[in-house]
Design a protein around this ligand. Structure first.
Ligand code: EPZ
Length: 418
């Protein structure tokens, strides 16, 4: 397992370009199962989770080709309608293969994803929605077995504005008979990008990005040639990297309209932010001021930037109250930050962060994707050397992050662990 070794204390300066959004790419790639035509995708991020999704599609029998111009997926005929446990276990988003297989072929067998480090991650809303559309779902030996002759449009209300459930049910509804409405839907930009891709395939969708999405079923979908939207979480991560290192970074490709809450909070913390049509410039001068953070469904502050912001607040002047309202166990980075000298106390779903003058480098361990990048950010600002182990978590969502950080002036390298 590799580790990332950082000697902190350098101010990051320069320009970095963000990749396509991982959390849009995964459902959009799986949408290729909805058509017999060839689908071509551009701007896919070079992250492990995209590789895993392409492996899953190939395992099902789709023809996957990756060349310089983009990636094509052609699910004309499939060898099987089953997604294996070992694939779904490593990447929960694989579970979203269930609906497209069911909608197109009338049956599917996909492992339940199970929990993960940040929470139990149930899929009850996915299954309830599929059943409302006429699917018969049963869980046998850890697999969901689903069947449906012809899915029917339905009126679905999500108790929680689940991103995955919204995406899953929207995909299925495109081929159902009649109209489906999804109320209390997730409004994330990645949901909207999926709706754009499905519409490009011939689906009839209105309301994506609002809290009610309406889908008129069609008999079949056709192929598309589609470019994934930029990754707002990677962009936000680099913006916070500028804030925590007193740096000056231009994040090319960042879209301010997708990062409104993050921009407001960074400005409140004393960071200067300049937006233009091609990206966002972030300039930090002097110690940050503490700000309170409460993660919420979009357009609120994203849970996927909570850990990164906590790293910045651990060095800020004052006390920051950070509440995690989306996942029940997304504070695992706290113990590691405290080993670096941070002063953070967790009470339920709230972390009280008292800013300290300095963090000291230490060997730390990553537990999940965003916790690992939080520790990298802390290492960039810490005095001395930080070694972040288990960076396979990092590679799931960030492409060559050590190269991007080095190009911004960081003293960072990847070391093969024996
Ligand atoms: C997506 O996960 C993202 N992953 C997550 O990013 C992100 O943190 C999350 O949305 C919230 O924004 C991808 O898009 C691949 P949810 P998802 O369903 O869809 C509860 C990252 O770091 N819930 O919106 O799994 C659930 O327990 C990852 O890139 C149910 O109760 O998240 C959670 O408390 C981490 N029943 C809340 O909803 C369900 O059936 C939000 O989960 C489904 C969800």
């Amino acid at each position: 397992m590799d580790k990332i070794v950082i000697r902190g204390g350098r101010r990051l300066r320069g320009e970095v370009a963000v990749e396509g959004a991982k959390n849009a790419a995964l459902p959009i790639l799986l949408a290729s199962l909805l058509t017999a035509d060839r689908c071509v995708f551009h701007n896919l991020p070079h992250v492990v989770d995209v590789g895993t999704t392409l492996k899953l599609l190939a395992d099902l029998g789709a023809r996957v080709e990756d060349d310089a111009s983009g990636v094509s997926v052609h699910a004309e005929r499939l060898a099987r309608l089953e997604a294996q446990y070992d694939l779904v276990k490593t990447m929960r988003a694989s579970f979203l293969a269930l609906g497209p297989l069911l909608a197109r072929f009338g049956r599917a067998r996909v492992s339940t994803p199970g929990g993960c480090a940040i929470g139990s991650r149930p899929v009850d809303l996915h299954l309830e929605g599929l059943q409302k559309m006429g699917a018969r779902c049963r869980i046998v030996h850890g697999y969901v077995e689903a069947e449906a002759e012809r899915l029917q449009g339905a009126r679905i209300y999500l108790d929680v504005p689940s991103v995955g459930a919204t995406e899953h049910l929207m995909m299925v509804a495109t081929l159902a008979e009649g109209t489906t409405t999804i109320e209390h839907a997730a409004r994330e930009p990645e949901v909207v990008d999926l709706a754009h891709a499905l519409t490009a395939m011939g689906a009839r969708i209105t309301g994506a990005g609002e809290d009610m999405i309406t889908i008129e079923g069609v008999p079949a979908l056709h192929g598309l040639d589609f470019s994934i939207l930029p990754d707002r979480i990677e962009a936000g991560t680099f913006m916070i990297a500028a804030a925590i290192t007193n740096g000056d970074i231009y994040v090319r490709g960042a879209r301010a309209e997708h990062l409104h809450a993050v921009i407001l909070k960074l400005r409140e913390a004393g960071v200067e932010i300049k937006e233009d049509a091609d990206g966002i410039r972030v300039i930090a001068n002097g110690r940050l001021s503490s700000v309170d953070i409460r993660t919420m469904p979009y357009p609120g502050f994203p849970t996927d930037l909570q850990a990164q912001m906590m790293a910045a607040m651990s060095l800020a002047d004052g006390r920051s109250v950070i509440s995690e309202t989306i996942f029940e166990n997304r504070f695992m980075h706290v113990l590691e930050l405290n080993r670096m000298g941070a002063d953070i106390k967790v009470e339920g779903n709230t972390a009280i962060v008292r800013g300290v003058a300095m963090l000291s480098g230490a060997p730390v361990m990553a537990t999940d994707l965003r916790a690992s990048v939080c520790l990298v950010l802390a290492g960039l600002a810490a005095e001395g050397v930080t070694e972040v182990a288990r960076v396979y978590h990092l590679d799931r969502g960030y492409a060559h992050i050590e190269d991007k950080l080095s190009a911004l002036g960081a003293d960072v390298r990847r070391v093969q662990e024996r």
